[in-house]
Design a protein. Sequence first.
Length: 502
Amino acid sequence: MSATKDAKVVVVGAGFAGLAAAASLVQAGFQHVQILEANGRVGGRVHTSRPFSQNIIELGANWIHGQDGNPLFHLAKEHDLLVEGMLANKVMCSPHSVTPRDYFFTQDGKQLCTESVDRVCSLFSKLTSKAFESELEDRHRALSLGSYLDGAFAESPLAASEDGQKIFEWCKRSECTDEASSSLYEVSASQLGYYIALEGGFFNSLGPEGYQAILAVLLKRLPSGITLNNKAVKSIQWDLKEHLQGTESKGMSHPVRVICEHDEIYEADHVIVTVSLGVLKQHAGALFKPSLPKSKLDAIERLGFGTVDKIFLCFNERFWPEDCAGIQLVWDEGPEDKSVYTAQSDGEAWKETWYKKICGFDTVARHPTVLCGWITGREALHMETLQDSEVEDACVRLLRTFTGWSVPDVSQVLISRWGCDPRVLGSYTFIPHNVNGVKEHEALAAPLPFQRNIPESKPLQVLFAGEATHVNFYTTTHGAYLSGVREAQRLINHYSAKTISP
Ligand SMILES: Cc1cc2nc3c(=O)[nH]c(=O)nc-3n(C[C@H](O)[C@H](O)[C@H](O)COP(=O)(O)OP(=O)(O)OC[C@H]3O[C@@H](n4cnc5c(N)ncnc54)[C@H](O)[C@@H]3O)c2cc1C
C-alpha cells in the first residue's frame, strides 16, 4: 500500500475549511481521513435553518463574495444551486451597501432624502475603496480605519451639510458589520489592502436550500462515516515522545494523538486544525501539548476576531412599503463617535444603549414579513446576554420611534449568538490597527513542527486551516474553503515528493 493511502489524517472541525480539506484528501486517494466535529451538525459558521416556515434563514454566512475565482460560486453554478432571476436587485450589492430602496430615518422620525444619503454613502464608499485598493495617501497609512475616514470626511464639504455627519456615522457603524469590529478605530486602514475582493459583487442568489446546499455537495464527496459529529476535541498531543523513540512496534506508530471530550483517542500522522480564531484565542493554551510556538500564540493574540449578530423579526404582516429594502437608523450621535468610543469615562454606560449599534433592519429574501437587524462588537456581545423578549422589545421600540409607522408586535424572533457559541466564540477575523496581517495570517497557517527546531521529528504533524489563516480571503466562506484545500495540497505534495524520491 502506498504511503498516501496509509497516512492517517484527522481533521478537527467540519466547517467549509474542514470539509474542503477532507474532500481534497479523499479525492487524492487518502484512505484514512476522519473529521471530528464538536457540534451535532456540520457547517460551523454556515447555519441554514427554517425557523418561521419552510423557507430558509441563514444565521451565519449568507452571501457568496464575488464570482470570478470563487470556488464556491463555481461549485454552486456547476450544481445548479443558483437562481438567475435574483441577480438584478439588492442581492448583487455589498451586503450593507445602500440601495435606492433603503429608507433612512433619524431618531426624531424624519425620513432622509435619498440624494443626501447617497452623496455621503458614495463618498464613504470611495474612501473605503481607497483603503481596499491600497491607494491610501502616506499620511493615512499609519492610521486606524476610523481615524482615516474621519480625517478624509472632514475635508469634504459634505461634513458641514445638513445631516452629513450623522449619515457618515451610520456608514461607519454599517462598515463595522463588514469588519466584525466594535469600532473602526480598532481596524487597520492600510492592511485592508491585502484583502482581495473578487470580481462579480456579492452574490446571494443561492436557491431555496441556501448555503446548506453547497455543504451537501461537499458531503457527497466524502465516504459515509468519515464525519463524526458530537466529537469535541479537547487535546492535541503532537511530537509524541514514544514516537520519537521509535517504538512503532509497541503500537505507538503515530506522532499525533487527538483526544476528545469523552476521552476517545484518535492517533494520526497529521491533524488539520480548522477551529475558529475565537476558539484558538480561548483554548489554544489547553488544546495543544506541547504548547504552540510563540509566533503562533502571538498571531492568535494579535489578529482580531469580532462578533456580528443577526436579529430576525417575524411579523404577521408587512408594515413597510413594498419597495422598501431596508429601514436604516441614523442617530444624532452614533456609538461610532470617536469620543464616545474611546472615552475611558464611558465605563459601562454603553451597555445601557447597546441598541444604538443596530444599523438598521433589512428585508429578507423569501420572507415577505421578516426583517433582519444587524449588530456588532461589544454591543452584540452584550445583546447576547439579554433575553430574546428584551431584544425584541428594543427593536420594536426603535422601529416605532424612527419610522413613526404603525409597527405591530413581533410574532416570532430568532437571534444569532455567535459570540457566546462555544464552538466559534465570535464571527470572523479582522486586522487590528498596528498589526501586520500578512505576517500573522502566515504565522497562524504555518504547519508544525517547525523543522528548524526539531529536525528529528516527523514533518507536517499539525496543520492549520480556516478563514483566519487566509492572507487575502480571510472572513469569507471561500477563504475557509481554499485554506482547507491548501492544507490538503500540502499533504498531497508531501507524499508525492516521497513517492518520487528514492
Ligand atoms: C453572522 C455571520 C455572517 C457571515 N456572512 C458571511 C457571508 O455572507 N459570506 C461569507 O463568505 N462569509 C460570511 N461569514 C463568514 C463565514 O461564515 C466563515 O468565514 C466560514 O464559514 C468559516 O469557515 P471555517 O471552516 O474556517 O470555520 P467554522 O465554520 O467556524 O468551522 C470550524 C468548525 O470547528 C468546529 N469546532 C470548534 N471547536 C472544536 C473542537 N474542540 N473539536 C471539534 N470541532 C470543533 C466548529 O463546531 C465548526 O464546525 C459570516 C459569518 C458569520 C458568523
